[in-house]
Write a protein that binds this ligand. Structure first.
Ligand code: ATP
Ligand code: MG
Length: 556
């Protein structure tokens, strides 16, 4: 055995074997989304796996829209899917395909099966076909139409194509084995009548191929070698192999199944997300609380963080669920080394430094990222009036509270030592203003006489900070109570969105544009919202908080 085999996943090991055996001379993979919704984090796994294998083996990667079912498909989704796949870093170059472009070929393939006696037109209704199919313990019964002559089947299939039949009146079935222990092999329906407009072929067709017939043909036509899909298709593999064999492709593709990616306590099902969107509970498919690719991008996730996440999840044959905290870990690790640290105050109280000369300001220089000095520095203006966060001040501090309270000296981050002398309250007893004095000798945050302070507080200059809206997110469902209620509805978390309207960011972040992100000191990583942020109104999404108790599986 090669000594690298251990680090290869089971799919790579199968590919290695196929190449060694000469079954294939190269590798071609594909991502075959159905354009009936937005892509989510699970699809990202499939995209990166397929594109990654093509890259690793110097092969090709196709993006193919599996648009064979006109009922649910829309052109809008084609565009969003292309954008998401590209953003994730999977490059299909000029290899963009639509299954609907193969309708003619699929029709011919079905006709060739009829001519070999391997397919027949059936008069049974969908319900009757279900009844005739049998169960896991009982074999199915032959379709009364299965004895039709080839000539009659050819004529009826042509008539299906010509529109002579209503939806459901006739179907084409593959003739395989009604007694097969695998129900998928009991004369599956391969074509149906559907008088429906298709987003691509419009009204050219009124018959459409079924997934299990269309998919292997799409793969074969494109010269796909390894057709990677999720575990629920394992039982369909014999049918996949039957189709490519009976239609007679010279280099039939091989189907390989792997386990879907599931996130614990996270809603990924299209059905649920659609309802959240339609009921206005979320702000569209890209609401930052969702895990569609568009939502993750809007929230401020990077392609690199998702690539890392997918890599850490690994490829497996058994279903399991990954904690959302692992995704958070990945984005934190990625942003940590890329983003500038700035000061932002989410719930401001004004601080006035009484002994700082009125009208005077100065520029303090701060390092953008402590771990990456090459990211440079920026300046932050300092002056007499500042804002600090409300929870950095207490009128009557509990024990071990080291931040600002009357009589206590603290460090204003990167700036000076200040001591709180007094404060002002409004008629509701809410603190509105804090008065301090500063020690001019403590510039830069240390005192020449070696005086120590225990608390360091972030701040922004009140005279030039930019006001911003900040959105904090929690899981959209209540994890404690369980994701689903007994009636199958979602158990929503009422605190999944908190909007803070009166936040302030230092000038360095004031002109941030869509998707720009920063570390806000002590608060987390934040990204400019691409949908709602404008020149007049700056809106940030919290991507992730700074710390977590999460440790990678297998590490401690
Ligand atoms: P969903 O029902 O979650 O929207 P789907 O299977 O209907 O997903 P498709 O457009 O048919 O969506 O999927 C395109 C590809 O993505 C398929 O190859 C499918 O196997 C893969 N895929 C879908 N969900 C996941 C997942 N959770 N993990 C890994 N791959 C997935
Ligand atoms: Mg699907």
């Amino acid at each position: 055995m090669e000594n690298t085999a251990e680090s290869k996943n089971f799919i790579e090991q199968m590919i290695d074997k196929d190449l060694a055996d000469g079954r294939y001379s190269g590798v071609c993979t594909r991502f075959p989304p159905e354009p009936n919704g937005y892509l989510h984090i699970g699809h990202a796994k499939s995209i990166l796996l397929n594109a990654g294998l093509a890259k690793k083996y110097g092969g090709k990667f196709n993006l193919r829209f599996d648009d064979t079912n006109p009922t649910k498909e829309r052109a809008e989704f084609v565009e969003s899917i292309k954008e998401d796949v590209k953003w994730l870093g999977a490059d299909w170059e000029d290899r963009l395909y639509f299954a609907s472009d193969y309708f003619e070929h699929m029709y011919e393939a079905a006709m060739s099966l009829i001519k070999k006696g391997k397919a027949y037109v059936s008069d049974l209704s969908a319900e009757e076909i279900r009844q005739y199919r049998g169960t896991l313990t009982e074999p199915g019964k032959d379709d009364p139409s299965c004895g039709r002559s080839i000539e009659e089947n050819v004529r009826l299939f042509e008539e299906m194509k010509e529109g002579k039949f209503q939806d459901g009146e006739k179907v084409l079935r593959a003739r395989i084995d009604m007694a097969s222990p695998n129900i998928n092999m009991r004369d599956p329906v391969i074509y149906r009548v559907a008088h429906m407009e298709h987003h691509n072929t419009k009204d050219q067709w009124c018959i459409y191929p079924m997934y299990d017939f269309a998919h292997p043909i799409e793969d074969a036509v494109e010269g796909i070698t390894h057709s990677i899909c999720t575990l629920e298709f394992e039982d369909h593999r014999p049918l996949y192999d039957w189709v490519v064999r009976e239609v007679g492709y010279e280099h039939p593709p091989r189907q390989i199944e792997f386990a879907k990616l599931y996130l614990t306590n996270v809603v990924t099902g299209k059905r649920y997300i659609k309802r959240l969107v339609e009921e206005g509970i979320v702000d569209g498919w890209d609401d930052p609380r969702l895990v569609s690719i568009a939502a993750l991008r809007r929230r401020g996730f990077t392609p690199e963080s998702i690539q890392k996440f997918v890599e850490l999840c690994g490829i497996s044959k058994s279903n399991s669920s990954v904690d959302y905290a692992m995704l958070e870990y990945c984005i934190r690790e990625d942003l940590k080394l890329k983003k500038s640290r700035v000061m932002a105050v989410l719930d401001p109280i004004k601080v006035i430094i009484d002994n700082y000369p009125e009208g005077q300001t100065e520029e303090l220089t701060v390092i953008n990222n402590m771990e990456r000095p090459e990211l440079g520095t920026h300046t932050v203006p300092f002056g007499r009036e500042l804002y600090i966060d409300r929870d950095d001040f207490m009128e009557v501090p509990p024990r071990k509270y080291f931040r600002m309270f009357p009589g206590n000296e603290v460090r204003l981050m990167q700036a000076y030592f200040v001591t709180c002398n007094s404060f002002v309250k409004d008629e509701n007893g809410r603190v509105t203003e804090i008065h301090c004095t500063y020690d001019p000798a403590s510039k830069g945050g240390s005192s020449p006489d070696g005086r120590k302070v225990k608390g360091t507080i972030h701040w922004v200059p009140a005279f030039c900070a930019r006001q911003a809206e900040v959105r904090l997110y929690e899981n959209i469902v209540d994890e404690e109570l369980g994701v689903y209620n007994e009636d199958g509805s979602l158990n929503l978390n009422p605190n999944s969105l908190t909007v803070l309207k009166n936040c302030y960011v230092e000038p360095f972040a004031a002109d941030a544009k869509a998707y720009d992100s920063f570390q806000f000191v002590r608060q987390g990583y934040f990204c400019v919202d691409a949908k709602d942020s404008t020149e007049d109104r700056l809106v940030f999404n919290r991507i992730v908080s700074l710390k977590s108790s999460y440790t990678l599986p297998g590490k401690n």
